[in-house]
Design a protein around this ligand. Structure first.
Ligand code: 5GP
Ligand code: 5GP
Length: 222
């Protein structure tokens, strides 16, 4: 069998910005993906990811297949705040194709022990953290508003989150816009910095594809 993977060091709550993803996706679906008719001007959840301090991460750890029945009490919240913007089915570690949630649970959730013991707890903790630390609100309180044209200095965006959240985020951009923003937590679920730059002689970066000035574009229903 496979060698069990060592315990993770910290969590990253990965959030995605529909305004950026939906501007370039060719996938489309009616109910809650990129073709919804109502605007969606908030970050939504991508996943809660266990990470190692050296910049790597475990994946697909325990053979525990996703079961929708276990998270039915959270279904309405997940549809609203953790939608699959692509609306396609996703490949999973252990059960073939499944919803986005199945992909996230099997790939990342199963590596979250001992903090997370089961599927319901995984999704509950992710939603709790998402509501407790509202990134969309933190940015707008810091003067970083949703707009199709306005550019913000990357350093201002990072500083705003640092101050409001209490740890520096990790960011991913696409064509000059914020695509993902990740908040990091220690194993007591307290805010911490994402990645420790002291390793790998400073080459570990907290941002990916982000230019010095970035936008936070509106979601325009297709
Ligand atoms: P990408 O290559 O698009 O950045 O990431 C592809 C997939 O790799 C993500 O959906 C996620 O599952 C995983 N991944 C990327 N970066 C990280 C990370 O920093 N931590 C963890 N745990 N997974 C990541
Ligand atoms: P990751 O491996 O990066 O955690 O998750 C990305 C996988 O989930 C990809 O296979 C992607 O096709 C699928 N997926 C389904 N819906 C979404 C979505 O709304 N956002 C992202 N980033 N991936 C999604």
């Amino acid at each position: 069998g496979r060698k069990p993977q060592r315990e993770f060091d910290y969590f990253a709550l990965s959030l995605q910005w529909p305004g950026t993803i939906c501007a370039s996706t060719r996938h489309c679906c009616a109910s809650n993906g990129c073709c919804r008719s109502e605007p969606l001007q908030t970050f939504t959840i991508h996943g809660l990811w266990p990470d190692y301090d050296d910049g790597t991460w475990p994946a697909c750890c325990r053979r525990t297949q996703f079961e929708m029945d276990k998270i039915l009490p959270l279904k309405d919240m997940l549809d609203k705040y953790w939608p699959s913007l692509y609306c396609s089915s996703s490949s999973t570690c252990f059960s073939g194709k499944g919803p986005f949630w199945a992909h996230e649970w099997e790939k990342h959730g199963t590596c979250s022990a001992p903090v997370v013991q089961d599927e319901l707890q995984y999704f509950t903790i992710a939603l709790d953290l998402y509501f407790k630390y509202n990134v969309t609100e933190m940015l707008s309180s810091g003067g970083i508003q949703i707009s199709n044209g306005k550019e913000y200095a990357l350093s201002d965006v990072i500083d705003t989150i640092k101050h409001a959240f209490g740890g520096s985020p990790q960011m991913v951009c696409k064509k000059g816009s914020i695509e993902e923003l990740r908040l990091c937590f220690d194993k007591e679920l307290k805010p911490r910095d994402c990645l420790t730059t002291s390793l790998m002689n400073g080459s570990v970066s907290r941002t990916k594809h982000c230019p010095q000035y970035i936008t936070l574009p509106k979601y325009d229903p297709l």
